[in-house]
Design a protein around this ligand. Structure first.
Ligand code: HPA
Length: 280
C-alpha cells in the first residue's frame, strides 16, 4: 500500500532540519539526489557545507538493520551544486515493504530533485566482468516479486501505468561513459537483476539469471528505480561489482569481502560522480 502521508511528514521534517542547520533558499533545493549503497558512503566527504540529518530524526523513516549501511540524508554542495545523498538504504530482505524501501526516493523528490543517481554493490554474472569494476546499468529486471506501485495509484507521484521502455536516461549514460573515458575508469555496461534476498544465489539461479540476459545481480535498487521513473525523475544507475557470481565456480562470498571490494570500486565511482555532477 502507498504511504503518501508518511512521505509528506518526512519531507516536512527534513526541510525543517535543513533550515535549522542553515541551509535555506537555493541551498535547500537539491537538483540531484543520490542513493549511496554498500561501500559508497565516502562520497559525502567531498561535499561542502554539508548538513547531515539521521533517519532517526525523521518520523516514520525506515532504519537499515544492516551494519554496512549508515543511515542519514546529507545535503551539501558539489562544485557549487546542491546534492542530496541518501546514505544507507533499507531492503526487502530486512522485512521492509516496497513503500518503505522507496520512501527515501519519494522524500528526495519531495525536496525537488529532478535527477536520481542509484548505486549498489552487485555480483557479476557476465564472465567478462571483473570484481572491483563498475557497471553502468543499461536496463533492469525486477525479480523481487513485488513493486512499489501496487495499490491505489498516487496521482501526484505519477501515472497508473508508467512507461519503462527506457528506464535509464540515455543522456546521463552517455555522460557517464564520457567521464569514465576521460578519467581512465573502466565502466562496463549491462543489465542488473534485482532479487529479494537475503540468501545468495544457488548455481542454478545464477545460470538462469545469466540466461535471462542479466549481467549483474543484487538485492536492492530495482524498486527505487521504479518509484523514481513513476515520479518522472531522470535516472542513472551504477553497480560496484564486488564479486564474480558464476555458476560453474561458485564459492561462499563473505560479507566482509563484498564490502571491501565494493568500497574499492566505490572510490572510482566517487571520482566519476564528482566529475559528472556539474554536467547533470
Ligand atoms: N548476489 C546478490 N547480491 C549481491 C551479490 C551477489 O553475488 N554481490 C553483492 N550483492
Amino acid at each position: 500500500m502507498q504511504n503518501l502521508p508518511e512521505v509528506q511528514l518526512a519531507v516536512t521534517a527534513l526541510k525543517q532540519k535543513l533550515s535549522e542547520a542553515g541551509r535555506t533558499g537555493r541551498a535547500a533545493k537539491p537538483r540531484v539526489g543520490m542513493v549511496l549503497g554498500t561501500g559508497l558512503s565516502g562520497l559525502t566527504a567531498a561535499m561542502r557545507d554539508a548538513v547531515r540529518v539521521p533517519y532517526t530524526e525523521l518520523p516514520g523513516f525506515p532504519l537499515s538493520t544492516v551494519d554496512s549501511h549508515s543511515g542519514a540524508f546529507v545535503l551539501g554542495d558539489v562544485a557549487g551544486i546542491p546534492v542530496l545523498a541518501q546514505q544507507g538504504r533499507c531492503h526487502l530482505y530486512e522485512g521492509y515493504s516496497p513503500a518503505q524501501v522507496c520512501m527515501g526516493v519519494r522524500v528526495m523528490a519531495g525536496l525537488g530533485i529532478g535527477t536520481l543517481v542509484v548505486t549498489n554493490a552487485a555480483g557479476a554474472l557476465n564472465p567478462q566482468f571483473d570484481a572491483g569494476s563498475l557497471m553502468l546499468m543499461t536496463d533492469q529486471i525486477n525479480f523481487t516479486g513485488t513493486t512499489p506501485l501496487a495499490g491505489p495509484n498516487v496521482e501526484q507521484w505519477g501515472p497508473r501505468f508508467p512507461d519503462m521502455s527506457c528506464i535509464f536516461d540515455p543522456e546521463l549514460r552517455a555522460l557517464a561513459l564520457e567521464s569514465a573515458a576521460m578519467l581512465g575508469i573502466r565502466l562496463e555496461r549491462g543489465v542488473y537483476i534485482g532479487v529479494h534476498g537475503p540468501q545468495m544465489e544457488s548455481p542454478a539461479e545464477t545460470r538462469m539469471y545469466r540466461q535471462w540476459g542479466a549481467d549483474a545481480v543484487g538485492m536492492s535498487t530495482v524498486l527505487e528505480v521504479l518509484a523514481a521513473r513513476h515520479l518522472g525523475l531522470r535516472v542513472l544507475g551504477v553497480s560496484c561489482l564486488s564479486n564474480k557470481n558464476l555458476p560453474d565456480c561458485m564459492a561462499p562470498v563473505p560479507l566482509e569481502e563484498i564490502i571491501a571490494v565494493a568500497g574499492r570500486a566505490g572510490r572510482q565511482l566517487e571520482r566519476l560522480l564528482l566529475d559528472m555532477v556539474t554536467k547533470f
